[in-house]
Design a binder for this molecule. Structure first.
Ligand code: IVH
Length: 686
């Protein structure tokens, strides 16, 4: 959350004037990001906090209210609503490589996973990474029937009408061989020239120009009126193909050929490479073309060409192992640090943020940069008033690289990190061996509590409608709801609260009854949503699903040992430590028990759960496998819905033995377990 260190009641008139001027600009920028670009940079909670502060300052100094104050605009235009579309195959995102070494590592990792010799050739397709927005297009019997955004990767928004206006998207597939049922994946983008034209028109009509072609494309795709989208001349490059009938393509190269035949534009800058040296050579070639291209690109994507290998490689979390985005290096600029604020996040971590004199870096205006933590500030000796070099790498949050010491003002003092939380004044603590400093206030700190509540009610967690950030803040200030548990007792308490909720600001009878309905609908929920909703550090939606799939209920998860958690695909030691630490905190245990009293937890059934001989079974691999790496064997088992155990017990269903299997094989025989050879396992997997 963004709060200035000085409390409103202590501001001088001069400071208030200055701050109101800054806040009006800042909020106008956030309005613009939200309404025009559909690309907010801060959470609603943070926006509300800044807005409330602006309001509080104006209440104290009414005559300082500016003509451009954001408080004149309460109730501004609503954000458009599109119907949701569940993707039949998840739309993943790519891991990034920032150096040549990362690319070598990518190929080495693949070879290790596939257990092939170091000198094996793994041909990869290198394609420019178009800087736009990904979209998926459904074609049935050759007709374009539905188009959607990527959304969170599982579910996107139906933007068919808008995509129909994109001339590169055929409404009917071309060519002789028309697949019955196919999804085309690609990038919607705006050319540099069209971006300039759109902005000229916007400026002429008094509208704020778009920051870059990507934001212009995003804003245009999310317009409710598709006749305006049509005027924006969006374009489309196809790069992916998910055939849901019988697919004949066997490589990415085949896919690109098919896409072209079906009437799509495919980038002409693609190349099939046989080793890292040729991949890097093509990277340099594409980079050399970058400024002359009529559209923006931000890197090169390498994809394992063979689709059968791609399938074997699978995914970790939200990224496939078979592809990587090699980003172009970051662009830099010089600017001045005007203010350093300390913000408090959901888990209590204090993050210092530099407010910068706005500067354009790589086509985007940057006015804030995270300084990460106190160590980082001290290491780089960053001070308010310093001239600094800032860098922006693609979507990555801008960073302060270093201070230009020769430009440091004569009077300058080192930054002092607060000892008390700037929001709730609780002591700031730092655990041994950790760089992060945290507010010790937990749920009593409004910043943490509201962020945790916001996360709990968010779409991928409890998905409770009608509880905006302002409501959550008010709930907290009124003492009605401090933890997610309190939400479920609110209805019962409401008759004893004075005044009852329906008589309070922002609430009426209907709204209250809608809220209680929404909460009651969630008194039954799947385990993955509860795990995600708790807001455990590092546990995102994918990990929450993995944990729910493995542990089935909260009790088993609470009693899980770190090594059991670490053995899951995509879960590292660090994550497991955060999880167990979270459960050790008494307040968190109380919270979970409280929720369990009011909410019935249902088993999580993985969407793509395959009905295989191994679903729900425990398998143990032992001995050394010849053809598969352990990682691949484990990933295969998990894809088949099995759990991979590390030791043999009566609960083990299958034991897969390689060569030199020792004690575990003997144990398995003694227990009369089903034993499979590696060869049998591979055959059963085909
Ligand atoms: S392949 C698993 N190829 O980059 C995702 N993506 O995070 C497969 N992109 O969401 C994507 N050009 O929006 C692929 N030639 C290309 C691309 C490309 C741009 C975007 C796409 C994706 C993001 C990666």
């Amino acid at each position: 959350m963004t709060y200035l260190a000085i409390a409103v009641e202590n501001l001088t008139r001069e400071q208030a004037t200055e701050e109101l001027s800054r806040l009006s600009k800042e909020l106008a920028q956030h309005d613009h990001n939200y309404y025009h670009l559909a690309a907010p940079e801060i959470s609603d909670a943070m926006y509300d906090a800044i807005f409330q502060r602006n309001l509080a300052i104006e209440r104290r100094f009414p005559d300082l209210r500016r003509i451009d104050s954001p408080t004149h605009r309460i109730g501004a235009a609503p954000s458009p609503e599109f119907e949701k579309v569940k993707h039949r195959k998840a739309m993943l995102s790519l891991d990034n490589a920032f150096s040549e070494e990362d690319v070598y590592d990518f190929i080495a990792r693949i070879k290790r996973f596939l257990k092939c010799q170091e000198d094996t050739i793994i041909p990869c397709m290198a394609e420019p990474k178009i800087d736009g927005l990904s979209a998926t297009l459904h074609y049935q019997k050759g007709q374009f029937i539905l188009g959607a955004t990527r959304g969170d990767g599982q579910e996107g928004e139906n933007i068919t009408q808008n995509l129909r206006t994109v001339r590169d998207i055929p409404l009917v597939l071309q060519g002789d061989i028309i697949p019955e049922n196919v999804e085309i994946r690609g990038e919607v983008y705006m050319s540099k020239a069209d971006f300039e034209t759109v902005n000229e028109i916007r400026i002429a009509s008094g509208e704020t120009p778009f920051a870059n072609p990507r934001n212009a494309a995003a804003g245009s795709l999310r317009l409710l009126d598709s006749s305006i989208t049509a005027k924006r001349s969006l374009r489309f490059f196809a790069y992916g193909y998910e055939c849901l009938s019988n697919q004949t393509e066997q490589s990415q190269e085949d896919i690109l050929v098919s896409l072209n035949r079906l009437g799509f534009k495919v980038s002409p800058l693609v190349a099939l490479c046989t080793d890292v040296t040729t991949m890097l050579k093509h990277y340099s070639f594409i980079e050399s073309q970058r400024s002359d291209l009529p559209y923006e690109i931000d890197g090169v994507v390498y994809k394992v060409n063979d689709l059968a290998l791609q399938a074997r490689l699978g995914a970790v979390g939200r990224s496939p192992r078979h592809s990587i985005a090699h980003k172009f290096s970051a662009e830099q600029a010089e600017t001045i640090i005007e203010v350093i604020e300390v913000q408090v996040g959901r888990t209590g971590v204090l993050t210092p943020v530099a407010y910068l004199r706005p500067v354009v870096v790589g086509g985007v205006t940057v006015s804030r940069a995270s300084l990460h933590n106190d160590d980082e500030i001290r290491r780089k000796d960053i001070r308010v008033g310093d001239t600094v070099i800032v860098q922006r790498a693609g979507d990555v949050i801008p960073q302060v690289i270093n201070v230009v010491l020769s430009k440091r003002p004569e009077i300058s003092t080192p930054f002092v990190f607060p000892q008390a939380c700037p929001i709730c004044t609780s002591p700031v603590i730092q655990q041994e061996g950790q760089v992060a400093r945290r507010c010790s206030g937990g749920f009593s700190c409004i910043a943490q509590a509201v962020e945790r509540l916001r996360h709990f009610v968010s779409r991928d967690a409890f998905d409770i409608d009608g509880l905006g950030d302002r409501h959550l803040q008010n709930f907290f200030t009124w003492g009605l709801v401090r933890t997610p548990y309190d939400l479920f007792t609110l209805e019962a308490r409401n008759s004893t609260i004075l005044p009852p909720l329906e008589a309070r600001e922002g609430w009426g009878k209907k709204a209250v009854s809608n809220l209680f309905d929404a909460l009651n609908k969630r008194r039954k929920i799947t385990l993955d949503r509860l795990i995600f909703g708790l807001g455990i550090p590092q546990i995102g939606q994918v990990t929450a699903r993995t944990l729910a799939h493995r542990f089935k209920n909260m009790e088993s998860l609470l009693n899980a040992k770190a090594h059991e958690i670490c053995s899951l695909e995509g879960v590292g030691e660090n994550m497991a430590a955060d999880l167990t630490q979270f459960f050790e905190i008494p307040d968190n245990r109380l919270l979970i028990n409280g929720i369990l009293e009011h909410v019935q937890i249902e088993e999580y059934i993985a969407a793509a759960a395959v009905d295989s001989l191994f679903s729900g079974k425990t398998v143990v691999f032992t001995g050394s496998l010849e053809k598969l790496s352990r990682a691949e064997a484990k990933a295969q088992a998990e894809r088949l819905g099995a759990h991979v155990g590390s030791s043999i017990s009566k609960k083990t269903d299958f034991v897969i033995v390689g060569t030199d299997a020792g004690k575990k094989l003997t144990q398995a025989k003694e227990l009369g377990l089903e034993i499979l050879s590696e060869e049998q396992w591979i055959q059963m997997n085909q």
